[in-house]
Write a protein that binds this ligand. Structure first.
Ligand code: ZN
Length: 69
């Protein structure tokens, strides 16, 4: 089950995408990205909950419907 976070959901204009096997892993990477890319040194509880709510499971459907017909 892959979790995906689109940074643009938090920071419009940033097309960075984070993938991880768990919410924790995504949060960890998001924290690192926030520091390096957005100069956010401190993730407030408010921001953390915003990030968490933006994390979603990667959808299986990807345009092309290959497989059985
Ligand atoms: Zn970003």
């Amino acid at each position: 089950m892959t979790k995906v976070l689109r940074c643009s959901d938090i920071k419009p204009g940033c097309d960075f995408e984070i993938r991880g096997n768990s919410e924790e892993e995504v949060m960890k990477q998001a924290t690192a990205h926030a520091k390096t890319a957005h100069n956010i040194q401190d993730i407030t509880p408010e921001l953390a909950s915003k990030v968490r709510s933006a994390i979603h499971e990667e959808s299986q459907a990807k345009g092309h419907s290959s497989g059985s017909n």
